[in-house]
Design a protein around this ligand. Sequence first.
Ligand SMILES: [Zn+2]
Length: 251
Amino acid sequence: MTSDQEIYHCLIDQDAFNMVDGAFLHELDPYIQQMIQADHPEAKKDSFICSEHLVAYRLRKLNQMIHEDQHENKAINDKMTKTLSNDDYQIIDVSKKLEKTLTFGQRIADGVARFGGSWTFVISFVVIMVGWIILNVTHLFGSNFDPFPFILLNLFLSMVAAIQAPLVMMSQNRASSYDRMESQNDYHVNLKSEEEIRMLHYKVDHLIQEDQPNTMQIQKMQMEMLASINEQLSILMAEKEARDAQKTEQQ
Ligand SMILES: [Zn+2]
């Protein structure tokens, strides 16, 4: 180094340095200043610290930030795992469960309700009634077993209606117990989703409020280091040029 540059002493080991080989405390970020002042209470705003020691402090700060982030992330993940494992509700396979408990009578009720509520039933019923009436009015095939006003047909119709009504009700009861189980499932799924969304909010908040600023801080630190390297490099280049010029002069 050329002798016309001023010499500064590193506040940590009192070694002598040029101004470009370090920085003054007031040039540094407040958190680095605080760290240095915590270790060396005698340090003042205009104290000088060499690049080597400064890098060590920056690395220490980086490690601290990374450690804190990891710690916080782990805490959030633990919390999430705990919350999710607390809910041990098993989703019921409703169709399977109902299928298992189905009795023979209920199967028949289901079948009747299905057939009774179809167009096939309505059309075939109309066809049978009309056929019955035509048969008895026109004396087709020479028989009229149920003359007007078709009392036997009336009896059959009321019997069908009387039997069909309770069968349909049975089937409806089963449908409502199916719905009840389904809504229980839905309720638990909703609860779980709500919990997960809450956790996600928590994670995203953490990401935005802590992780991101920390990353920016780390980037800032990297930029500062790059800038100081750049500064040193340009000084070295200038010195080299000066030396080269001196050589050519001497030759
Ligand atoms: Zn030093």
